[in-house]
Design a protein around this ligand. Structure first.
Ligand SMILES: N[C@@H](CCC[C@H](N)C(=O)O)C(=O)O
Length: 286
């Protein structure tokens, strides 16, 4: 069987995007892994699948698979690529669409300058939403946020826990370049206090409207940018009293912009969505 795909990226976070409206797409975990493999497949951080909606009032259903084959709840950079893809392929003629995900509805909008802004919905901040097991831990109140002590690499680090549909643990570092992302990222991702694993964010505050961010992503390792990670970091930074909206987020692969008006309100993520190439792959060979 031949599968048509489009390779895209959003600030260097790269995707295989598949139209599952006009093709039959039902793969095993091993097959998703193989497609995402950078040596044996096409290569990507995530695979994004475009389906018909199952919820009234939505235009599409959006499914997301990490490069380790796990299906996940949300992907912010992917949401921008998704919106660009359905427009470029003529699957939608609207500039704004409503998209059903595993954890709620998001609303991407194509901007005049070619960027895409996504209403990612309101963050959830209670530990159970990630889930994060805070039993027996003494949280530290910082601004209106509670940070939690985690034992990592023989040290205690304090993290904010934020759900953007998917789980994030965000720590503040003094210098993002020298932050121990490769060393402690895998340990935080698999920390027993996060039963569904977690995305580990390392945020350097440059000023009240600018951060530098690296994210060790659950199921994908460190990526060049993480959209939901950027949302989570800015939410944590605003709640800790370190940042004011809007915030420019410098990731290794590009720039994102986040706006958030505070608790109970949606987070808006803006940034690029770029098509790299299109192709066809013989699934039997993957
Ligand atoms: N790159 C993404 C997040 C993808 C999912 C994440 N790795 C998870 O497992 O939750 C983004 O741009 O948000």
């Amino acid at each position: 069987m031949k599968l048509r795909f489009t390779k895209m990226h959003g600030a260097g976070n790269d995707f295989i995007v598949i139209d599952a409206i006009h093709q039959d797409v039902s793969f095993s975990t091993e097959q998703w892994c193989r497609l995402a493999d950078r040596r044996f497949g096409i290569g990507a951080d995530q695979i994004l699948v475009v389906e018909r909606p199952t919820t009234e009032g939505c235009d599409f259903r959006y499914r997301i698979f990490n490069s380790d084959g796990s299906e996940v709840e949300q992907c912010g950079n992917g949401a921008r690529a998704f919106a660009r893809f359905v427009s470029d392929k003529g699957l939608s003629t609207e500039r704004s669409i409503r998209v059903e995900t595993m954890k709620g509805i998001i609303a991407p909008r194509l901007e005049e300058d070619g960027s895409v802004t996504v209403d990612m919905g309101a963050p959830r901040l209670e530990p159970g939403a990630l889930p994060f097991d805070s039993a027996g831990l003494d949280g530290l109140l910082e601004g209106t946020d509670t940070t939690w002590p985690l034992q990592v690499g023989g040290k205690t680090v304090f993290v904010s826990v934020v759900s953007m549909g998917n789980p994030h643990a965000v720590q503040v570092v003094s210098d993002v370049e020298s932050a121990p992302v490769e060393q402690t990222g895998p340990e935080i991702e698999a920390h027993p206090r996060f039963p569904k694993r977690v995305n580990a964010g390392y945020m350097q505050v440059v000023d009240r409207h600018h951060i530098c961010l690296r994210v060790y992503e659950r199921g994908a390792g460190e990526t060049l940018a993480c959209g939901t990670g950027a949302c989570a970091a800015v939410v944590a930074g605003i709640r800790r009293g370190l940042l004011d909206s809007p915030v420019r987020v410098s990731a290794q692969g590009g720039e994102l912009s986040i706006a958030w008006a505070g608790d109970g309100t949606p987070v808006y993520l803006s940034g690029p969505a770029v098509t790299v190439f299109e192709g066809e792959i013989e699934i039997g060979n993957t």
